[in-house]
Ligand binder design. Structure first.
Ligand SMILES: Cc1cc2nc3c(=O)[nH]c(=O)nc-3n(C[C@H](O)[C@H](O)[C@H](O)COP(=O)(O)O)c2cc1C
Length: 183
């Protein structure tokens, strides 16, 4: 498999975030397939609350940086926590900022994963994330992983159930397949 660059962002800023662990596991799978991977940490690359007045004074450097990393990558993986039935505030805020820095999401292959402590595993958040990234012109791959009950199903950064591992493998394979097609 040729060397592809895959970047990941996580909508949870929490140090012990289960989504960050799931993203890390996913990026490791890409690395094993000879991809170059990079985690774009929204906690370190802090962005102000989106405000068009601030935007008119200039796009924050971190938004430009994240946008450039996404532009240089063949694919983006987004790890989605779920807050009140939708994507996290930090993720939406980051997407709004990044989208005004020459929208790097357009024509970008995007894989969605997510987990929560609940029974439905961030599935509502993933529906909204799919709508947002499709709106931005992204090529969101069909497969996704909505991992329920993260405290039982993701232990020491590893998936406990084979069915969940298979779903994650499908996301990785779809992202690689689409990335090759749209390269
Ligand atoms: C304000 C708030 C709202 C939440 N809403 C939902 C929800 O709608 N659905 C869900 O499955 N979990 C919900 N949760 C639980 C989070 O998904 C859970 O804390 C998850 O572990 C956060 O992701 P992280 O581990 O990556 O930080 C909510 C948590 C908080 C604090």
């Amino acid at each position: 498999m040729p060397n592809l660059k895959i970047v990941g962002i996580c909508g949870s800023l929490r140090k012990e975030s289960s989504n960050r662990k799931l993203l890390s596991l996913t990026l490791d799978l890409f690395a094993k397939k000879n991809c170059t991977v990079e985690f774009l940490d929204l906690k370190k690359l802090m962005l102000p609350l989106f405000d068009e007045d601030v935007m008119n004074e200039g796009t924050p450097e971190n938004a430009k940086y994240i946008g450039q990393q996404i532009r240089e990558a063949q694919a983006l993986i987004v790890a989605n926590p779920e807050y009140n039935g939708s994507v996290s505030g930090p993720l939406k805020n980051a997407v709004d900022w990044i989208s005004v820095a020459k929208n790097p999401f357009k024509d970008k292959v995007i894989g969605l994963i997510g987990t929560s402590t609940g029974w439905w595993g961030a599935s509502k958040s993933l529906i909204h994330a799919r709508a947002i990234f499709t709106h931005l012109g992204g090529i969101v791959v069909p497969s996704q992983l909505a991992l329920p009950q993260s405290e039982q199903n993701l232990i020491n950064g590893q998936l406990k159930q084979e069915s969940h591992q298979k779903m994650l493998d499908s996301v990785v394979n779809d992202v690689l397949r689409f990335s090759e097609k749209f390269r």
